[in-house]
Ligand binder design. Structure first.
Ligand SMILES: Nc1ncnc2c1ncn2[C@@H]1O[C@H](COP(=O)(O)OP(=O)(O)OP(=O)(O)O)[C@@H](O)[C@H]1O
Length: 607
């Protein structure tokens, strides 16, 4: 136990990183631990820990006494039965008490850990949702989810059960070594002479084993990344017919993992074979030396038995210490990632800034010399000195080639990102001075992508309301009717209570005939397009509307058209006027447009 645990305690990898994680986390973890330790919950657990450890560590001593009693009175059956019975009953009571205390300690520590995990999860989730949109461009969803679920659990465990297991291991190892010296100083010195050199060898071997183990992990991570990318972009793989070559690539990566794993297996086999052998050899030598001490009347058989049991306990406790250490290091790593997230101040305020009085709101929109590049792709500017004026109450269609930045304009208007230069104003007010909550609640967006949460249609419709709980069934029906969706939703067996999954996954699964039958799709599309168009036209009345026209047929109601090209508005004017210019970009776009795309429409509803 001792030798194999040395392997894991000596974590030679990246000490500097671990150190910086410890410096960063320790104050935060300490405040958590302080809070925890001062709770009566935890004090009780420490009390139980002390009793159970004391019982565990006194057990070998008393068991040695039992053996000596058996030996001493082996010739007198009556005396032996009497003294053995009373000793065993007493010890059984003590052990029972120790077991109960241990169970209570584990229960209290685990509950305390779960409480910490719950609090951490709530704070981390809240911190994630407060971040600006650019943060989500830079951080992968999977990684954030991992912090929320796995890292919180690791931190919780490392400062509760793990800490109590660690304390227990320290106490038991110290008590065990002391008891070994108490029972037989000469045998204890003998053991302590042979263990350190063996531990030294284990450290050297362990470092090599760990480096191979790390290489295997890295190779596996590469293979997994390849698989993840290919699976999530399955459509592209299928479209290019690359299934077989991708399988080959993945197989090559897994072959590499297999090669390293085999090497590691050989190394591990050697290591554990040698540690098992050396463990047995050590016990044999203790027995040999102990036997000699018994022969010279320096030790009883009970003392030798106690001594052996203590050596086992010390070994087990040190193994426990090594797992405590590695869990604690994991806790520091996870903690560093969590607190980095918890301490991160979002770049945009969430609910601060000016709120314009409703009666002063006209809805004039202006982009003045706006330059913008996505934070993740600073080298590829989307807009440079873009200017556009959308008069209050008018309908402006923004057109342009795919990737010209139409949707990016909506993102800037919603203040999902800030321009790098220039200003965007609403009725002359810089949107950076306005309260983003208020701003977004006054901008309605209608998008081609139905983002549905996995709950009922009713809940999905109510999602946009300021207070979804206050939304009545009538409100939901009214909203559905305005969107021309009421009749369509009523065709589902469960109507508004139909549960839909993320991106409508369940909806398609439940209602395949009505939604996704091949022959029906075109008819449904046309019908839906008409219904949506009609609903939008009703919504547009009296509002400032920016239509992001992916399909040029959707601009027929627009008062003006702005053509995006070369990172700015290249043309702007009435559709008929622009169509009249044969060399104009709009005219060319109209001529080019033969394929039918779906629409995305960003509308400034309230203005
Ligand atoms: N979050 C993002 N991070 C980095 N680049 C982005 C991001 N979103 C869009 N882009 C890039 O910005 C450019 C403009 O994209 P945008 O979606 O605004 O164009 P679009 O005109 O609406 O295109 P489409 O008509 O194809 O929808 C594209 O090159 C796109 O790849």
């Amino acid at each position: 136990h001792f030798i194999s645990s040395v392997l894991w305690i000596d974590d030679g990898t990246n000490i500097t990183k671990i150190k910086s994680q410890i410096y960063f986390c320790l104050p935060k973890l300490t405040s958590h631990i302080k809070q925890e330790v001062t709770s009566c919950f935890c004090r009780t657990a420490i009390g139980f820990l002390t009793v159970s450890s004391a019982v565990t560590m006194s057990a070998p001593f008393f068991l040695g006494r039992v053996i000596d009693t058996i030996y001493a009175s082996a010739s007198d059956a009556e005396t032996m039965t009497a003294s053995l019975t009373s000793l065993c009953i007493m010890l059984a009571g003590v052990f029972l008490c120790g077991g109960a205390c241990n169970a209570a300690r584990v229960y209290l520590m685990q509950s305390s850990g779960q409480q910490i995990v719950r609090n951490l999860r709530a704070s981390v989730f809240s911190s994630i949702l407060r971040q600006e949109v650019a943060f989500f461009d830079k951080n992968r969803t999977g990684e954030l989810i991992n912090r929320l679920s796995a890292d919180t659990a690791v931190v919780g465990r490392s400062i509760t059960d793990n800490l109590s297991d660690g304390l227990r291991a320290v106490a038991q190892a110290a008590a065990g070594v002391s008891m070994m010296f108490y029972v037989s100083p000469s045998l204890a010195s003998f053991v302590l002479l042979i263990v350190p050199p063996m531990a030294g060898l284990a450290v050297i071997y362990g470092r090599y084993l760990r480096s191979i183990s790390k290489r295997t992990q890295d190779a596996l991570a590469q293979a997994t990344q390849l698989a993840e990318e290919r699976i999530s972009n399955m459509r592209t793989v299928r479209a290019f017919g690359k299934e077989l070559s991708e399988v080959d690539k993945y197989t090559q990566k897994t072959d590499h993992v297999l090669g390293l794993a085999k090497k590691e297996a050989v190394m591990r086999a050697g290591f554990f074979g040698v540690t098992g052998l050396s463990g047995n050899m050590m016990i044999l030598s203790v027995l040999y030396k102990g036997g000699l001490l018994m022969a010279s009347q320096h030790m009883t058989v009970g003392e030798l038995s106690s001594f052996l049991m203590y050596t086992f306990w010390v070994g087990i406790s040190i193994a426990g210490l090594s797992s405590f250490y590695s869990e604690l290091m994991k806790g520091f790593g996870a903690g560093a990632r969590l607190w980095e997230l918890l301490d991160r101040k979002p770049e945009f305020p969430l609910n601060e800034g000016k709120i314009l009085p409703a009666d002063q709101l006209k809805g004039q929109l202006k982009f003045c010399d706006v330059s913008f590049a996505y934070p993740t792709r600073k080298e590829a500017p989307i807009f440079q000195n873009l200017n556009l004026l959308v008069p209050a109450g008018s309908i402006m269609a923004v057109v342009g080639a795919s990737g010209s930045g139409k949707s990016s304009m909506v993102s800037l208007l919603l203040r999902l990102y800030d321009p790098d230069a220039g200003v965007i104003t609403i009725d002359g007010h810089d949107i950076r001075d306005l309260n983003p909550y208020w701003l977004r609640s006054h901008i309605g967006t209608v998008s081609q992508e139905p983002v549905l949460f996995s709950c009922s249609i009713r809940e999905n419709i109510a999602y946009g309301a300021t207070d979804p709980d206050a939304v009545t069934t009538e409100d939901v029906y009214r909203a559905a009717k305005v969107a021309n969706a009421y009749d369509f939703i009523q065709t589902f067996p469960k109507g508004f209570d139909t549960v839909v999954g993320e991106k409508g996954v369940l909806l398609s699964g439940e209602e395949p005939n009505q939604l996704f039958m091949n022959e029906a799709t075109s008819a449904l599309d046309a019908e839906n397009e008409f219904l949506v168009q009609e609903a939008l036209e009703r919504l547009m009345e009296g509002r400032t509307v920016v239509i992001i026209a992916h399909r040029l047929s959707t601009i027929k109601n627009a008062d003006a058209v702005a053509v995006l090209d070369q990172r700015r508005i290249a043309e702007c004017g009435q559709p008929t006027e622009l169509l009249g210019n044969r060399q104009g970009l709009f005219r060319k776009l109209m001529e080019k447009q033969t394929a039918v795309h779906s629409i995305t429409c960003g509308s400034l509803s309230t203005f």
